[in-house]
Design a protein around this ligand. Structure first.
Ligand code: GAR
Length: 221
């Protein structure tokens, strides 16, 4: 592995349960991990993931919105993140739309995970919409964040076949299992210096990605 001698600090932002956060923390504890989770921040003080992170001895902070404007909140959030000097900021179910100045401040080192095969189904209720459309395939995407919602350069996708008569909760659980594979891989690649965002594209091992890496191929990395 390249560049793994120093574990680079990442900050994770959550709003809820934090199952992706837990997958990221778990992988960070491998002997050869390229990253460490420096802190977990949440916009919801009662986010279950905050307690789970504290139980694992990860520093946490809750930043409840106090009725201020989006940019004012985002400045507070950016300052809280910057205190940990992260190499990478990881959105893991952080359910706020981020202002352009925030995205600009962390440009190129801001990743998000979305429960669909982007560019299909940006927005909410992706599993329900996939089932309603009768799609045969579904999945999840890790992408760099740009000012356009869920539209930054895609890095990696995990995909699955929708089962006949599959219900939403079952499909959601299967997509989440894929998320728990693809997110730690993307964070690891970034922290190893193999993945970066440049000229509006994701680059992997020095080559611009025309399409996101597929988990089935990445397993061989
Ligand atoms: C994840 O499924 C993630 O893809 C989704 O929120 C969930 C958080 O779950 N994010 C979005 O929909 C962002 N648009 P978790 O708290 O268990 O990680």
């Amino acid at each position: 592995m390249t560049g793994a001698a120093i574990r680079r600090p990442v900050v994770i932002l959550i709003s809820g349960r934090g199952s992706n956060m837990l997958a990221l923390i778990e992988r960070s504890r491998a002997a050869d991990s390229a990253y460490r989770v420096a802190a977990v921040l949440a916009d919801k003080p009662d986010a279950a993931g905050l307690r789970a992170a504290r139980d694992l001895c990860i520093p946490t902070e809750a930043l409840a919105a106090a009725g201020e404007g989006r940019e004012t909140y985002d400045r507070r959030l950016a300052a809280a993140i910057a205190r940990h000097a992260p190499a990478l900021v990881v959105l893991a179910g952080f359910m706020r739309i981020l202002s352009a100045p925030f995205v600009e401040e962390f440009a190129g080192r801001l990743l998000n995970i979305h429960p669909s095969l982007l560019p299909q189904y940006p927005g909410l209720h992706t599993h329900r919409r996939v089932l309603a459309a009768g799609d045969k395939e579904h999945g999840a995407t890790v992408h760099f964040v740009t000012a356009a919602l869920a539209a930054g350069p895609a890095v990696i996708q995990g995909r699955l076949a929708v089962e006949p008569a599959e219900v939403e909760t079952h499909l959601a659980a299967r997509v989440q299992a894929l998320e728990h594979e693809i997110y730690p891989l993307a964070v690891r690649w970034f922290c190893e210096g193999r993945l970066r965002c440049h000229d509006g594209k994701a680059w992997f091992d020095g080559a611009a990605l025309d399409r996101p890496i597929q988990l089935a191929d990445a397993d061989r990395e």
